[in-house]
Design a protein around this ligand. Structure first.
Ligand code: C2E
Ligand code: CA
Ligand code: CA
Ligand code: CA
Length: 279
């Protein structure tokens, strides 16, 4: 038993070393990617369920690693958070998204709400609201056309501090969205204490709405409660016509998902907007 324990320990430390090295290498590569501005944003449309029109887009970071290929933000955002690189990354993403929104406006496309994700760590970053204010001034984007997406768990990690921050952000005139709603443990009534405009129902509730009565009931309840609290409700991860039909019949406001479009590079998104594509 003792030998077994020793072996386990050895394997464990080796694994840990490998993981630590990989982390470090990834961190260095990410730092370089930021410096060389080789990260990109892709944009996924949000569609109004009544008119079928694109009313907004969400900016999603993409990293084409020179050796590893495409690395998912699910992988590199946590690395950025742990290493402090989230600060320059977040600032880059916000500026890039605002500049793109301005570029579409100057091409005469109808105004869209540009949504940008803020991670949990960013909410703790001193001077975050000042950074947002500075980028709005720098780029000239109307604050009413910027929406910041924050997850429910990030908000609830520090309810008091976040409340102050959200008031500061709200006073800039930007929109605030609760992302991944339903995956945390908080109630909508609790979230109402914060100045949110939009609630995004997590994809996990959407995938089974047409096959599971329970999931359908949850989605329906979130929509009704969101409306009761005067929030706009967006369904994420909508992949089928049946899901869209269900959501429309239950008065969900917008959908986002592969059914209408995957996240697209700026050029492809420009084409989609110029064509005036509808759901
Ligand atoms: P999220 O904010 O919940 O973004 C939605 C994710 O769902 C995106 O994954 C999107 O590509 C994916 N998605 C959209 N429609 C569908 C669908 O119909 N089916 C399925 N299966 N998936 C769909 P992505 O782009 O891989 O991003 C993952 C997460 O990484 C995001 O989740 C967000 O938390 C984070 N992230 C991405 N970009 C940024 C960024 O610029 N800053 C920060 N802080 N986080 C980011
Ligand atoms: Ca999001
Ligand atoms: Ca989400
Ligand atoms: Ca998510």
């Amino acid at each position: 038993a003792a030998r077994e324990g020793q072996n386990t320990f050895r394997f464990f430390t080796e694994d840990l070393n490998t993981a630590a090295w990989q982390r470090l290498a990834l961190e260095q590569d990410l730092r370089r990617a930021l410096e060389q501005e080789s990260l990109e944003l892709h944009y996924q449309p949000k569609v109004d369920l009544r008119s079928g029109e694109v009313v907004g887009v969400e900016a999603l970071a993409r990293w084409q690693h020179p050796v590893e290929g495409n690395i998912s933000p699910m992988h590199f955002i946590p690395v950025a958070e742990e290493t402090g690189l989230i600060r320059p990354l977040g600032e880059w993403a916000l500026r890039e998204a605002c500049l793109q929104a301005m570029a579409w406006q100057s091409q005469g496309l109808p105004p869209l709400v540009m949504a940008v994700n803020l991670s949990a760590r960013q909410l703790l970053q001193p001077g975050l609201a000042d950074m947002v204010a500075r980028i709005l001034t720098e780029t000239g984007l109307d604050p009413a056309l910027l929406e910041l997406e924050l997850t429910e768990t990030a908000v609830m990690a520090r309810p008091e501090e976040t409340s102050t921050l959200l008031q500061e952000l709200k006073s800039l005139g930007v929109r605030l969205a609760v992302d991944d709603f339903g995956t945390g443990y908080s109630s909508l009534a609790y979230l109402r204490r914060y100045p949110f405009d939009t609630l995004k129902i997590d994809r996990s509730f959407i995938s089974n709405i047409t096959t599971s009565a329970d999931e359908a009931a949850i989605a329906q309840t979130i929509i009704a409660m969101g409306h009761g609290l005067r929030l706009q409700v967006v369904a994420e991860g909508v992949e089928t016509e049946e899901q869209a039909t269900y959501l429309r019949s239950h008065r969900c406001d917008q959908l986002q998902g592969y059914l209408f479009s995957r996240p697209l590079p700026a050029g492809k998104m420009t084409e989609l907007l110029a064509k005036g594509s509808r759901l």
